[in-house]
Structures are given as C-alpha cells and as structure tokens.
Ligand binder design. Sequence first.
Ligand code: ADP
Ligand code: MG
Length: 694
Amino acid sequence: MRPEILSLIFRNISSIVGIGPKLENLFFKLLNDRKIVNLLWHLPYNNIKREISKKINEDIIGKNIVIKIKVIKHIPSIYKKQPYKIICSFDKIEIYLIFFNARHPYLKEKLPINSYKYVSGKIEFFRNNYQITHPEYIVNDDQLNSIDRISPIYSLTAGLTNKVFTKTMKNIIKNLPELNEWLSKKTLQKYKFLSWKESLLKLHSPKNELDLINFNNFRKRIAYDELLAHQLAILIIRNMNRKKRGIKFKTSSVDIDKFINELPFELTKSQLTAIAEISKNLSNNFQMVRLLQGDVGSGKTIISIISMIIAFKSNYQSAIMVPTEILANQHFETIKSFLKNFKINIDILTSKDRGKKRHDKINNIANGNTKIIVGTHSLIQEDVKFYKLGLIIIDEQHRFGVHQRLAFTHKGLKPNILVMTATPIPRTLTLAIYGDMDESRITEKPKGRIPIITTSLLRNKINNLINAINAKIEKNEKIYWVCPLIEESNDIDAKAAVDRFNSLKKLYKNKVLLLHGQMKSDEKDEIMNKFKYKNYNILVSTTVIEVGIDIPSATTLIIENSEKFGLAQLHQLRGRIGRSNIESNCILLYKNSIGEIAKRRINIMKKIDDGFEIAEQDLKIRGPGEILGKKQSGIASFKVSDLHFDQDILQDVRKDSIKIIEEDPDFKSDRGKKLKTLLYLFERDIAIKTLISG
Ligand code: ADP
Ligand code: MG
C-alpha cells in the first residue's frame, strides 16, 4: 500500500480548490494523467522576473516591473469595448492602468483615489502614455513582499493559462509533504543536492536570481530520484525472476541443427552466438529476459523463429508481438514459410479480427491448438488467454514501454521473454533503461551484403533522378519513396504522399503504388503484397514502412524532407534496403535552407552505415535544449530525467541501486523503507508488489 504521506499528492487534480471538470480535462490533456504528482514533474521552462523600478524611461518598455503609484483619477468605460482607465502618478509622470471588461465597484474599492499601491505588470507605451494593462498584482504599500518577484512559465496546452497553472501549483506546493531522505549523505554532498521537497519548491517557486542559476541542479536532484526509482524497480523485478522457477524447455540440438542446415543461407557468427545464448537460457530453470540488439537487416527474425521452434518442441506456445499490422502480416508469412516442413498451427491476431473470427482465433489460442501466434497489441488484451505460453517475443521494442512489459510476466505464468530491437543504443543507456537484462548483440551483417551508398540531393534537383529510377525499373528492382514528414499527423502526411504519387504516376505509369496510414488495413496488406510480388516498382509511402519491412529486391530508398527526421529514424528507414547482394542506394532529399544539426545528420548518414555508431553520434550532436523526443530517439522518455543531459549521474545511480539491492534486497532497513516511498512516488508499484509477493 502506498504510504499515507503520499496520499495528498496522489489525489485527483480535481480535489484542488478551483479545479472543476473543465480545468481537470485541460490538465489531463497536458499531462495525460489526473494525479497531482504528475503536475509536480511538469517543470517550468522559463521565468518572468519582476523588478522594482524607481524610474520609468524607454529602457524598461516591455519589461515586467513593480512600481509604487498614487491613484489620481478613475475613468470608467462608457461603452462595452472601451477599457476602464485609472490615472496614477509615479515619479512625476502619469501612468495609466487599463482594464477591459472590468467590474467598476471592484476597481473603486481596490484602487481608491489618493491611495498608494504597489502594482506589477508589463509596462507599455501607447499613444504617448505609459500604461500597464491588467496589472498582475495590486497590493497595499506595506505588502510588497506578497508580490512574486519571479514566477515560472510552463509549457501548456490551449485553454490552460500560465496564471491558472501557477496558481494551482502554488496550492500544491503549499502542502507538499516532508519525505524522509532516501539519498545517501555521500550523494547529497557530492552533487550538493537539496532535499526532494526543497528542490521542488525551488523549481516551482524560485525566489531569487540564485535559484534561477541553480535550476538545473534542483532538476537533477529530481532526475536522480526518478532514475533511481526506475533502476531499483528493474533490479527488483529481475532479482525475483532469477529466484523463481521459470519454464524449462528440453532443447534437442539435433532439431535445431537440422533446421539451421536446411536454411537457404549461412547464419553469421553473431547470429549463432545469439542462438546459443538463447538456448542456454531456455534450457535452464530460470526465466529468460533477454534483449537482442542488432542493426536493421542483421537477421533477427530468424533467431526468433529458432527460439519458437525450441518452445514448440517442448510443447509450449509462443507469441510474437510487433508494433504494426503490416509487420504482423509480414512476420506471419515469413514464419509460415520458414516452418513449412513442421506440422504446426500458426495464426495471426490483430485489431482487424473482430466478431466470430476473433472469437475462433482466441479459442484456438486458449485450447492450445495454435502454437505460434503473431500479433499486435491485440495480444495483450484481457480476454486473450493462453494454454501454455512459454515464450514471448517482442519485436521492435522501442515502440513499447519497458517495465510494464517486464511485469507482463507476473500474470501467473512466467514465460521466457525475448525483446528484439533495431534501434541500438549505447551501453550506458541500455543499462539505464533496461537494467542488466541479459543482452545479445548481432554485430555483423549477413555475408555478401554490400554497403548502401547514401547521397543527398537538393529537392529542386529531383529531375536528376528520373533516369536512375528508369534504370532500376528496367532491372526490376524496387524503390521506396518516403514522403515528407510535415507534422505528426496522419492526415497531412497522407496528403503529401498522395501528391507525390500523382506526380510520379505521370512519369512511371502503372509501376507506382501508394501506401499511407489513413488506408484500411486490408488495403495496406494488398498494396504491400502487390509491391512485393507483382510487377510494381515504386512504393510511395509515409513512414508507415519504417519498421521491420523486409523486401530483399528493394534497392532504392528516396526520402523527401530528410532534414526533418532524426538520425535513428533515418537509419531505420534506410534499413529497408540493402537486404540482398545487389547494390543499394539511399537518396536524402533536402530543402535549400536547412539548419546546422540537420546538415550534420545528413553527413553522418552519408559516412556511417553502422547503427550502433549512428546511435553514439546521435547523442553527440544533439544540442543543448534538444530534449530526446520519443520519435527522434526511439527511446521512451522519462518524466523529469533526460538520458542525454543526465548521463553524468547514470553511473552513480546504477552503482547506488546495485548496492542497495545487495545490502537490503527486501527493503527492510531504515533506508529501505524510505526507498519504498520513492518507488511509490514514481509509480513503480509493480516493483513493490514483486517485493511483497516474492
Ligand atoms: P532485422 O534484423 O532487421 O529484423 P530480418 O530478420 O528481417 O532483419 O532479416 C533481413 C533479411 O536477411 C531477411 O530477408 C532474412 O531472411 C535475411 N537473412 C537473415 N539472416 C541471414 C544470413 N545469415 N544470411 C543471409 N540472409 C539472411
Ligand atoms: Mg525485424
């Protein structure tokens, strides 16, 4: 149970005075959550400073100031659109206070004639007069201290004003609980961290210049907490998995060897190593939780298929989960064809399956008829029950959340888990995100692969490509044409693709196909099949082809507006070609005026072909302020921490968490209890449940 001391900040936002259903929804839109605690993690990105002015001159126009004025005269508005004006004197000049839609009695009371007041707001110069429109503060001359000299600015959503947000935040931090310190003295001293509470107060309610200067240090304290909670949660779950009995497969190497020998290609050394590591995991009593990292096109699918054979030979079911329907279809076909000599029922389940069809499929999974099931998110729906699930494979992991997936195993069964990802990330980040999940890395490409030639081309020189494309069509090679990424919106992306499709059709007639996210899934399947098997050569598409698609005869990739893509995504897209021993070309189209970082990205793409190296470069060129977006980095981001900016603390967080788990695995010590509060604070409840149930 969550400690009582946290109950206040775990209440619904609507429990705060002044937050009705309308505001509650706006907060939800902003934070995707209704708990107060998530407001605390929403840090300001800037601040308004209000300085006391003794003089008014041109230099301070547009600034936020605090001045002491004397009220001279009220000029109420006569008609509706006219503002209410109050003439005041300051430093021998006149200054107007302007109010639109003002309630007259209220202003008369608030600013009586001849009174002295402190007012604060942005000073403007309008029709030869200094004025402040809607002063933020009007206080008596002995209440100067009640004016916030600094107030934070937050990124918000339409309809939610900064005023409302800061007011709400003030309300929250007034009652912030005092939590017992869970960080060690050593850590606190090393980083000069304040307490959790003090840090949050400084972040959300800075009092002076020094507080602003130290913003990042206060933030880092909270980032440390978040990363520590994440690390501990993963270690707890891992520890427990190691202790508990998993499913033991009886692997016969004869079956596997036979299968491998009959493959149409020779497996690479690292593929074989990965297979050996996996079979070892699968044949002992402990649950396997393994991350298989391998660059695009390095041949991960076949490894998953071999793992499924091992499960099948031991009479267990396997499930493979992928992020898109297109990929599910492709895997379904691939798996069926590789396993055509086995008597094995393989099925596919996606959101396309409804009604009786879905019902039948689910039944077959539940009664054990289906031995291998390929699917999208549909696989983890409540009513999908397995007969004997022994192996879960998650492909393209970067699209799914991490620790929820690990916890998936705690639903009674303890199947083995293989997570496959083609967005390689540096070792330090792997540790931060996954903890010490076992890891296999495929470090080489299949034999005979020729490096992809990557070039860049100004968008208005697109005509230079016509002949090259014709030559490719003549040889019946396939071309992906990826269309501009305009916004993260399906509609707009689709339009760009449709336009390009129409213009290419004029040139290449019936050789061109179109694919975008707005199409029905049947339609998408049909297009993919036509492109793969029929006499079509150009597929104009949005980024829906980004993950996993495997069509070996595709040898050309053209990316429009390549400057808008992140490195990880460009590399993913490029992975669609170079999947055979024919030379492949990637052409990055770009606009005339592109930024420095975009230029560097394109250059890196031209020079580097290796995904691991690209990932390292990606982190290096990110400028300050460029926070890792989900789409850009392929890594689900944390609430406060940023894996780029907080690399400096990652090592310490890891050392810290390992030590904690070693010394007090059950969190029984004094510090252990405090750390439990930390886990609850960052909603790692699953880890605590694991602690208790184990
Ligand atoms: P990814 O790692 O990106 O998922 P895939 O598993 O889709 O890559 O493999 C890419 C292509 O390479 C597939 O057509 C697959 O059959 C083929 N392949 C896999 N391993 C080898 C190998 N050792 N030699 C030749 N081709 C291979
Ligand atoms: Mg793949």
